[in-house]
Each structure stands twice: as structure tokens, then as C-alpha cells.
Design a protein around this ligand. Structure first.
Ligand SMILES: Cc1cc2nc3c(=O)[nH]c(=O)nc-3n(C[C@H](O)[C@H](O)[C@H](O)COP(=O)(O)OP(=O)(O)OC[C@H]3O[C@@H](n4cnc5c(N)ncnc54)[C@H](O)[C@@H]3O)c2cc1C
Length: 555
């Protein structure tokens, strides 16, 4: 491995399976605590803790590379089996389980680490001339098979193009309040480079720690704020990408009515049209006023009515997450008897007590019972942290810790995965009922376990984002796993819930992207003329069809 590769990883090895760095794996005592809590609180798991297949065994099974890069570019590539294997699986449950069991079904032949657009263009040219697939790679947190080299026939091999060296803040336009940033920059580094200027992008997906600006743009990521500018779509001012036929750069404009938007075409293109190298993004001052409050409701539907009223009130809370009783209990923020609304306001400019007062008035009219407010005033953030014990804090810790916990659940024999969608308010109640029912039926058939009480599967829901015209529901399933058969179990459940989502008029994804795994349902969701137009655009900018084959459109 060259020094550049080690530097790109910050000199710190990523776990070969699952979430995070190798040195952040829960130790034996941590896993025993998870297994005990699962048993005591949920009746799930059999108390047995399995160990992942070790990296040395994985490396022994990684196929030799089929490719040899040209001498002139050799320094930009690695054929190191560990570098290749760790970038060949994303971070969905089915990826984590496969990694845990040492099943690296498709491994890239080479990893490329370009340091400039010129080098990137040369890599793409070589791929095109050699019949080699090129897979753009940001943080590798895809949950839809977006970075796995599952190619179909006709390729001599695959190269994963890791954008880690495009990791700088290049330019700041303080007057327009925009920043030019490299596409490979990860969430924490991006915020660290903006912080000295008192600025933030304020885009915090749950995968923030490892995902990158380029990945967010390529997948149309959603941050954790519930309303207004929280999607990367709204934060992008212009994008620059290298396509196999040349550079694609849009003008920096606050808005434009000049035909279909070139940015909108790249945002969400998931690496099939070009490799995003940088973007100008809209930044803002860091908020200094914050207040949050947990509100209890008798049930999820009462909470949903309150959230609808709030979403249509123009108050635009920063946080407006409604958790059903089971979800609130699982995250340790509720008793399991009531639904919980995590409500928050923040501003860099003005106190937020008044919008919170109005929001609480609104939720009370819908049967909501607010708890204590936390973090009122200019020193809100510090005050909120100091109190520590409130339900909002419990929810936030559970939210950020979830990906680490999920790895532990795999070891403890518990199936744990999520799916998400969006639907308009007029159809929400019926849609939600049908989706939950489809999930219940599929989980009961596939996983068994008692219908209720300890050991029963848990299917819970929350809203991740809310709009005036509808919510984005997000579902979590926890169920007994059949060790060694988890992938087949999840694939069956996923197919059943995806059918229910599409039949009910929802979207196959609100923010997780399409990738390879959602494609069968995305094919049915999108208008046919649009599918034809997207295919034609792909052929025009990527004539040799090298960019991420199998993602978004059939290979
Ligand atoms: C635990 C967990 C929590 C998550 N939470 C959220 C969430 O809150 N909100 C959300 O939206 N998503 C979430 N995701 C999904 C995932 O993090 C997002 O899709 C994220 O945007 C991917 O960024 P990445 O840098 O890791 O991209 P990667 O996983 O590396 O790539 C994703 C896709 O984008 C393409 N791509 C990456 N970089 C580029 C580039 N520079 N140019 C062109 N194409 C590129 C890849 O080819 C691939 O198709 C979560 C995932 C996990 C595992």
C-alpha cells in the first residue's frame, strides 16, 4: 500500500465489516452487555455472541486482481486485498452481515486514489479504453448496494475510485455565504474547516461521521433536521464533475429558471453520469439559540395529526421527529405506552422561545403533553448538554449510537434493519397501516417468534422529515435472526415491504437512494419517458457504460 492510501484513511484502519474504525469495535464485555440488555429488555437474542470472520481469513479468499493499470498511472492504484475488500461492501444490514460472515461476494480489482481532476480523467479514460467498470466511492456508507461492484456481464473488471484526496475547503465567498469544497470531504472534516469562520453546512445525516459531500450529492442525502433546508439538494449552489466525455460544471447561481437544471440532474445521479469532484454549497452562521422539548401523545396517529398541523403552520421546527411508542421505548426515550415528539427550534439570529411557545400551543390542541424545555436562551447548546437526562438527549444519543449497536446485534443473532419512504397526508393513515401490516406478516413468516411479549419481533416507526404536504415515515425492524440465513430472511421481508410501499403510492426511498437494491421498485415508480431520457443521458456522457453499471438503470 502506498503512503497516499494510508494518509487517505487518516492512518486509521476501517473495520473490514460493519460500522466505523477497527479500533472502535465493541469488546467482549460490551457485546455481553448488549446481549444481556437484548434479553432483559426485549427478550431477543439467544445469549450467544458470535465472532466475525477475521480479516486474515477474508483476505485469503479475496480473488486476485484481473487488472494491471498502465505504468504511467500505477502510483494511483492499489491491488491490496484489504483495501479492495473493505471498499466493496456498503453498510446496509445485508452488507454488515456478509462482512461479518466473511462473504465478500464481489470485490473490486483495484482501488484508485486520484489526487487531481487530471488524474481522475486519466483513470476514467483508461477504464473506458479497457472495458473496466469505474465505481465512485465517498465514505462507502451506501445502504443500497451503491458501491458494491455487482456489474453484470461484459466488463474485464472493476475499479473503485476513492475520492478521499478531494478533501479541502477550497474557497469561501463570505459575501454570498457559500463555500467551495472537495467532494471527498467527510462530515466532521467539513464542519471542522468551516467552524473557524463561524459557519456550518448544517447537514447532518446519521452517517455524518463517515459519509462525504460527494456521496451526499450523488445520493440526494437528507440531514437530521426535519424541515426546510435539510436535504443536500437545497444546499448545493453549483456542482463540478468529471464525466467520460469531459467536465460538467454548472454556474454558481442563487436560482435559475434556465431550462431543466444541470445540478438537479447530477444530484441523485449515484455515480452513473460522472464523478463529482467539488461543489459550491450554501453555508450559514452556527446557531446560538436552541430549545428542545419532548411531547407525549396517547398514540402515533394523535401525534401525526399534531405534526401535520405543525408542518403546515410555517413555524418550521428544526427538529420534529415523531416516534411511535415502540420506537420511543427502544431508543430509551419513552415507556412504550405513549408516542414521543422530539421538537426543537434553533436560530443564529433570534431567540426561539416564541416559536416554541406557539408550537407547544399547537400540539396541546392535538392532545400533546409537553415535558420540560431544555436549552432555552443563547447558551442553549451548553445548557442542553449539561442537563443531559432529558428525553430529547436520550433520543439523540440512541440515534448516533445506532450504527455501532447494529453491529453488536448481528453478533447477538438479532435481525435489525430499517426502510423509509414518504407519502402525502391524505393517504398517510391507510398507507402506514398497510405497510406495518405487510411488515408484520412478512416478519412473522420469515422470523417466527411469539406474536407479542418478550421475544416477539418489533416493528416500529418514526417520521424523519415532515413537509406541509406529507411525512417521511421510517421503519425499524428488530427480530430473531436465523444465524447464517439472515440475508435470505431480510431479502424476503424487504421485498414484501417494498411491494406495500409501491402499491400504496409511496416512494421506494425518501433519502437512502436507489443503488442496485431498490432498482426493481424504482423501475416501477418512475415515468417511462423519464426512464428512456435518463438512459439516453447516460449513453451520451458515458458512451462505454463504465460508470457504476447496475445502479439506477439496468446494466
Ligand atoms: C447507519 C447509517 C445511517 C444513514 N443515515 C442517513 C441519513 O440520515 N440520511 C441519508 O440521506 N442517508 C443516510 N444513510 C445512507 C448513506 O450514508 C448516504 O447515502 C450517504 O449520502 C452516502 O455517502 P457516502 O459518502 O458514504 O457515499 P458512498 O456510500 O461512498 O456512495 C454512495 C453512492 O454515491 C456514489 N458516489 C459517492 N461519491 C461520489 C462522487 N464523488 N461522485 C459521484 N458519485 C459518487 C457512489 O458510487 C454510490 O452510488 C445512512 C447509512 C447508514 C449506514
Amino acid at each position: 500500500m502506498t503512503a497516499a492510501f494510508s494518509e487517505a484513511g487518516g492512518g486509521r484502519a476501517r473495520k473490514h465489516w460493519g460500522w466505523g474504525y477497527a479500533d472502535l469495535q465493541p469488546d467482549r464485555a460490551g457485546l455481553e452487555a448488549i446481549a444481556a440488555a437484548l434479553g432483559e429488555r426485549l427478550g431477543l437474542g439467544d445469549g450467544r455472541i458470535e465472532q466475525p470472520v477475521g480479516l486474515e481469513h477474508v483476505l485469503a479468499t479475496v480473488p486476485r486482481t484481473r487488472l494491471r493499470p498502465p505504468n504511467s498511472l500505477a502510483d494511483l492504484f492499489s491491488d491490496d486485498p484489504a483495501e479492495r475488500a473493505t471498499r466493496s461492501l456498503g453498510k446496509a444490514y445485508r452488507d454488515v452481515v456478509r462482512g461479518f460472515r466473511g462473504r465478500f461476494d464481489h470485490v473490486s480489482d483495484l482501488v484508485a486514489l486520484p489526487g487531481s481532476e487530471q488524474e481522475l480523467a486519466e483513470i476514467l479514460e483508461w477504464c473506458g479504453d479497457s472495458g473496466v467498470a469505474a465505481i465512485p466511492y465517498g465514505g462507502g456508507t451506501s445502504v443500497v448496494g451503491g458501491v458494491e461492484p455487482r456489474l453484470g456481464r461484459g466488463y474485464r473488471g472493476a475499479v473503485t475510485i476513492d475520492m478521499a484526496r478531494f478533501n479541502r475547503l477550497w474557497d469561501l465567498d463570505l459575501r454570498s455565504r457559500s463555500a467551495r469544497l472537495g467532494a471527498g470531504i467527510r462530515g466532521p472534516d467539513l464542519e471542522a474547516q468551516l467552524r473557524p469562520h463561524g459557519l456550518t453546512l448544517r447537514h447532518f445525516p446519521q452517517s455524518f461521521e463517515y459519509s462525504t459531500l460527494g456521496g451526499w450529492i450523488a445520493t440526494r442525502a437528507g440531514g437530521h433536521f426535519a424541515t426546510l433546508r435539510t436535504h443536500i439538494d437545497d444546499l448545493v449552489e453549483s456542482v463540478r464533475a468529471i464525466t467520460p466525455i469531459g467536465e460538467w460544471e454548472s454556474r454558481r447561481l442563487p436560482g435559475s429558471g434556465a431550462g431543466p437544471s444541470p445540478d438537479r440532474m447530477l444530484i441523485g445521479s449515484e455515480g452513473i453520469l460522472g464523478v463529482i469532484t467539488e461543489a459550491w454549497v450554501r453555508v450559514r452562521p452556527r446557531p446560538t439559540h436552541k430549545v428542545s422539548c419532548g411531547v407525549q401523545f396517547d398514540d402515533f396517529s394523535a401525534g401525526a395529526e399534531a405534526v401535520r398541523a405543525l408542518a403546515q403552520s410555517d413555524l418550521n421546527p428544526a427538529n420534529c421527529r415523531l416516534l411511535d411508542p415502540l420506537e420511543a421505548a427502544t431508543s430509551g426515550a419513552g415507556s412504550g405506552r405513549t408516542a414521543l415528539l422530539v421538537l426543537g427550534f434553533e436560530s443564529a439570529f433570534a431567540p426561539v422561545e416564541e416559536p416554541m411557545r406557539l408550537a407547544l400551543e399547537c400540539v396541546r390542541e392535538h392532545g400533546g403533553r409537553p415535558g420540560d424545555q431544555v436549552g432555552t436562551g443563547e447558551r442553549g447548546a451548553e445548557a442542553a448538554t449539561a442537563r443531559g437526562e432529558d428525553v430529547v438527549d436520550s433520543w439523540r444519543s440512541a440515534f448516533l449510537g445506532a450504527p455501532y449497536l447494529r453491529d453488536g446485534l448481528v453478533a447477538c443473532g438479532v435481525l435489525s434493519e430499517t426502510f423509509e419512504t414518504a407519502i402525502t397526508w391524505d393517504r398517510f393513515a391507510e398507507f402506514h397501516g398497510r405497510v406495518i401490516e405487510a411488515a408484520r406478516r412478512a416478519v412473522a413468516e420469515v422470523c417466527g417468534g411469539p406474536a407479542e411479549g418478550p421475544g416477539s419481533p418489533r416493528i416500529s416507526a418514526r417520521f424523519t422529515h415532515v413537509y406541509p404536504d406529507g411525512p417521511a415515515p421510517y421503519y425499524t425492524i428488530l427480530a430473531p435472526a436465523r444465524r447464517g440465513g439472515e440475508i435470505e430472511q431480510w431479502d424476503e421481508i424487504k421485498a414484501a415491504v417494498s411491494e406495500a410501499v409501491i402499491a400504496g403510492g409511496g416512494t421506494i426511498t425518501h433519502h437512502h437512494a436507489v443503488g442496485r437494491d431498490h432498482r426493481p421498485w424504482y423501475d416501477r415508480q418512475r415515468p417511462e419517458p423519464f426512464a428512456v431520457a435518463l438512459g439516453a443521458a447516460k449513453r451520451a456522457v458515458d458512451p462505454a457504460a463504465i460508470l457504476n453499471p447496475g445502479v439506477l438503470i439496468a446494466p
